[in-house]
Design a protein around this ligand. Structure first.
Ligand code: CMP
Length: 141
């Protein structure tokens, strides 16, 4: 898939802190207003096995146990977005990992004060997107 393919897809999680804080509509509206398409969406609670698979690259890190507790601690909204260069576009809208350092105007910069409870996960590369979409929405494979 070329980098400017209109069919590029990204896996996005609107995390449990966003659901708890009533920010699902706010986050979704930013993606919609940008012109991205929602190809799939589900309200779901992550279990331990899915957390370990989704965050496979982080399972050995010191921050993983509290991250896992947070991510499995309540419902989230998983979605697949598509659009031109959607992976980079979504990462720009979401902002830097640490909400305290993320630029104003981004989702995390405007709405999060945490490095862990940072409201949104978004795929960071085409390979990650493919792997994550297969985990969350195998029917799209
Ligand atoms: P996410 O984009 O879902 O990818 C990995 C997640 O781990 C990240 O967002 C944060 O929620 C969390 N994270 C990354 N680094 C740290 C850290 N240093 N301390 C706590 N949580 C972190």
């Amino acid at each position: 898939m070329s980098s400017n393919s209109p069919d590029e897809r990204s896996l996005v999680l609107i995390k449990p802190d966003a659901v708890r804080r009533g920010l699902v509509g706010e986050v979704l509206s930013r993606f919609e207003r940008k012109g991205l398409r929602i190809d799939a969406m589900v309200h779901r609670t992550m279990d331990a096995a899915l957390a370990d698979a989704h965050y496979a690259e982080h399972v050995d890190k010191a921050f993983y146990p509290p991250l896992k507790d947070f991510m499995t601690g309540g419902p989230l909204v998983a979605l697949v977005l598509s659009g031109d260069e959607v992976i980079d576009v979504v990462r720009g809208l979401v902002g830097a990992t640490d909400g305290r350092k993320a630029a104003a105007g981004t989702i995390r910069g405007d709405l999060s004060l945490s490095n862990r409870e940072n409201l949104v996960h978004a795929s960071d590369s085409p390979d990650s997107a493919k792997r994550e979409i297969a985990l969350w929405f195998p029917e799209l494979g």
